[in-house]
Design a protein. Sequence first.
Length: 418
Amino acid sequence: MITFHRPTHFYETLDTNHVMEDAFAKVQHECQSDEIGYYKLPVTSREVIRELQAYTQDNSVLLEAQTVVAVGIGGSSLGAKAIDSLLRHKRTNAKELIFFENSDPVDIVSKLKKLQKENLALILISKSGGTIETISTFKAIVAYLDFDFASDDAKRLIVITDPDSILSQFAQEYGIKEFTMPSNVGGRFSVLSAVGIVPLFLMGYDVEALLEGAGSLIDRFFERQEEHLLQKAYYLYTNNQTISINVLFAYSNLLEDFSKWYVQLWGESLGKIDTQGNRVGLTPIGLTGSVDQHSFLQLIIEGPRNKSVTFMNIDDFEEDITIPNISLKRIEKTDYINGNSFGKLINAQCDATMQSVMDSGVVADKISLSIANEENIGALIAYFELLTSITGAMMGVNTYNQPGVELGKDILVKKFQA
């Protein structure tokens, strides 16, 4: 279960208006027309699960592998990485999930040293098949492991790409198992497609529950049972010139990678030139509590009033440790907290920080996960994806393209082709 606390100005617009209705109509059209495909992934990705189940029955090496290696960047890795970070502490003898994301040579070498060919499942993810960082890293893995595509090594590899891409042609050339990405789903919205489902399935997570949680929230939104999404988007839209920074303050280390996923989703979707030629955007910042209470919080409370804050916490960590009832000389002043759990402490810190932020006049709201499980995480993913689409519709931008990113890619290609 996820609870959306709505204590301040985000939700002052209790009555609908034409901006909200127009935005709702736009995203509803995106969904119903299949113009944008992520809305229906909770349904369509069940076929990916069935295909995986059938394939791994005949190819057991993938399920038996103790290390799952995913090669991808940005939307091809951040979502699955966030979900794994939230769930792996609950699993005994959890498999290792290694992401090759960056071109950093030190990082690549250190991860290569962890690989043993006879004990891994390898997933190569690239929509176009021509992502230079991804393909270059894949070549490094192939060379390091002495991977032979004409042998049983190929059974350890799964390719995820667009239909008819050059990477798809590569997979067909060597008879490698391939999953295609829907052409109407962009990378940063793709976590509930094969991009996320394949590695999470191989890790043993309940991907059915993940899709169920996301689908349930999306259904409730289109049934007009989650109006707080429209109200929050409307506030962000109407105040984006003065409140241009959106802070996600997540109170658990488990949520750090989720914050990175949110930063990409929010920044790459909304930082655009709108239909009137104006440069618009809402800058995303991901913080971790309680650590960042001792750093960034000062700027939020006494710095420029250009930020809104969404707090996020986990009510029940499902395992906890109690602060020992020990009194130590000279530092007895903290003894009042003895006997309480650390879970209670970090959630009290979240509530206290949120109250201090609101008391200082900063706009804030809060999202609480009852527990960190697949169903709740699926709903959380759907929440932020829907909020992004609605806000983008109100701001008059193309939420789903990334011309600024493509510009950098083009320059990079020219540097090496010159």
